[in-house]
Ligand binder design. Structure first.
Ligand code: CA
Length: 221
């Protein structure tokens, strides 16, 4: 999943980011209300993890700005404030879950998985043309081809398949798979597309990933 982590404490942010990255998620971090709100509104994240006490305000401000525009994105509040009133007011504002600091990473990971199962964005199997991608096993099948993809290749293929039929620009793919702010001059997208083609194409087949000249890449719907 693409996860937005809004957390101002570096140590907590790095603990959460490293753990989630190890589980195969992509984590984008914001450390203030302003930055978190801007990112949450500009990009389609699958999940937001939200701290409440931030240097320029409160997590509630993020939630009340983002919720009306993104009604479906799951938000898990991760806060040291754990009174019943805090929890109730956040859940009423539209948070989906609440985790009190300090917490065991295993519990956060389980709640992230639960949020993923609940959101439409992560149904288990994706289909496009003759390609099937299993989001749990990371296996892509195409006819009798079966490829077990490493995490970055998997993330790229998953993103293209979630947008099957649409042309995705290199920039969109960089932002979604490598993270916002990645060097835009890089040819990393082309390199990874070639890795995927090597695994998923056979002579005589149309390529699993179409090149749309001057625009980007597309997986056929
Ligand atoms: Ca904080």
């Amino acid at each position: 999943m693409n996860i937005l982590l809004i957390e101002d404490e570096d140590s907590v942010a790095s603990f959460i980011s490293k753990g989630l990255a190890a589980e195969g998620h992509r984590v984008e971090r914001a450390s203030s209300v302003a930055q978190g709100t801007a990112l949450a509104l500009s990009y389609d994240f699958d999940l937001v993890l939200l701290d409440l006490v931030l240097p320029d305000g409160r997590g509630e401000q993020v939630l009340s700005r983002v919720r009306p525009e993104k009604p479906d994105v799951p938000v898990i509040v991760v806060s040291a404030l754990g009174d019943v009133e805090d929890k109730v007011s956040l859940l009423d504002l539209g948070a989906n879950d609440y985790l009190v600091k300090p917490f065991a990473f295993a519990e956060l990971a389980a709640r992230v998985r639960a949020a993923g199962r609940g959101s439409q964005a992560s149904c288990r199997e994706l289909h496009a043309a003759d390609i099937t991608l299993d989001t749990r096993t990371r296996v892509v099948t195409r006819g009798d081809i079966k490829a077990d993809l490493p995490s970055r290749e998997f993330a790229l293929m998953e993103y293209l398949m979630r947008h099957a039929g649409q042309v995705m620009t290199r920039q969109q793919l960089l932002d979604a798979v490598w993270g916002i702010g990645f060097d835009t001059e890089s040819n990393v997208v082309d390199v990874y597309v070639s890795y995927l083609r090597r695994k998923l194409d056979r002579p005589g087949m149309p390529s699993a990933i179409e090149t749309v000249r001057g625009a980007g890449y597309r997986v056929r719907a």
